[in-house]
Write a protein that binds this ligand. Structure first.
Ligand SMILES: [Zn+2]
Ligand SMILES: [Zn+2]
Length: 254
């Protein structure tokens, strides 16, 4: 499979798009993991049309991960007449519409017969709930959602991706505090781990910091590609041990 971080920035980045991924299975159509409010622009930069986004996998409900869904859903409904599939961990489902998307999308719409109806999530998307630790397949890629510690009291999910056509395994931590036990459980056999990284150790501690990631041994560091980093990342080059910065738009083949 090919994994393209369409952005590598954190939620506050201005020179980078946000950390969302375009995945091309060895066999089968592409899908997105997360769709933040810079996702449509990031895809446009890559020449990938928004209408070709048929499937989105969601990690959690911060705007840098779901903030683009309104544009995608409206585009599909009012534009090209398709409902993208949304793969959403089941404990996020009640929140996704009621507390995030309904404010902008829960409008009254006109039916073909001239009557009205109230739009809901299923008006715009085909919802596919997914469960912790239970794999599901998108083309040749088998995805397994696993819980990550991010913001206390707010669920967040990472994904293990295994392409059954090539045997390639990658892990996306999405947003996570430092949690070596989880890495050991889900990423021990992964060729690549895309790990979110807070470069400076001050501020809110809801992501793994660079200092924490540097405590991992070389066996781990060599496989880690840093994502979800701040605009000042060039100043941190050469200070990341054996870990490398993933670059937005650059495919990684696994
Ligand atoms: Zn987050
Ligand atoms: Zn984030």
């Amino acid at each position: 499979m090919e994994i393209i971080p369409i952005g590598t920035g954190d939620a506050f980045a201005k020179t980078l798009f946000q950390t969302n991924f375009l995945v091309r299975p060895a066999d089968g159509g592409p899908f997105l993991v997360d769709f933040g409010h810079t996702a449509a622009r990031a895809l446009a930069r890559l020449g990938f049309p928004l209408r070709d986004v048929g499937r989105v996998v969601v990690s959690h409900l911060h705007a840098d991960h779901i903030g683009g869904l309104e544009e995608l859903g409206f585009g599909g409904y009012f534009g090209w007449g398709e409902r993208p599939q949304l793969f959403v961990p089941e404990n996020l489902v009640p929140w996704l519409w009621d507390h995030a998307l309904s404010a902008g999308m829960g409008q009254r719409l006109t039916r073909a017969d001239g009557g009205f109806f109230q739009a809901g999530l299923s008006t715009y998307f085909e919802l596919e709930p997914v469960s912790a630790g239970r794999p599901f397949d998108l083309g040749s890629v088998r995805l397994t959602p696993f819980p990550t510690p991010h913001v206390p009291g707010r669920p967040c999910w990472g994904y293990r991706l295994e392409d059954r056509a090539t045997g390639g395994i990658a892990v996306l931590t999405c947003d996570s505090r430092f949690h070596p036990r989880s890495l050991q459980k889900w990423a021990a056999d992964a060729a690549v781990v895309f790990h979110d990284c807070q470069l400076a150790s001050d501020g809110n501690h809801i992501h793994a910091t660079l200092d924490e990631l540097l405590t991992l041994d070389d066996r781990w560091q060599e496989r880690i590609l840093l994502v979800h980093y701040a605009d000042d990342w060039p100043g941190w080059q050469g200070r990341t041990g054996r870990m490398r910065f993933a670059r937005q738009g650059e495919p990684v083949r696994v």
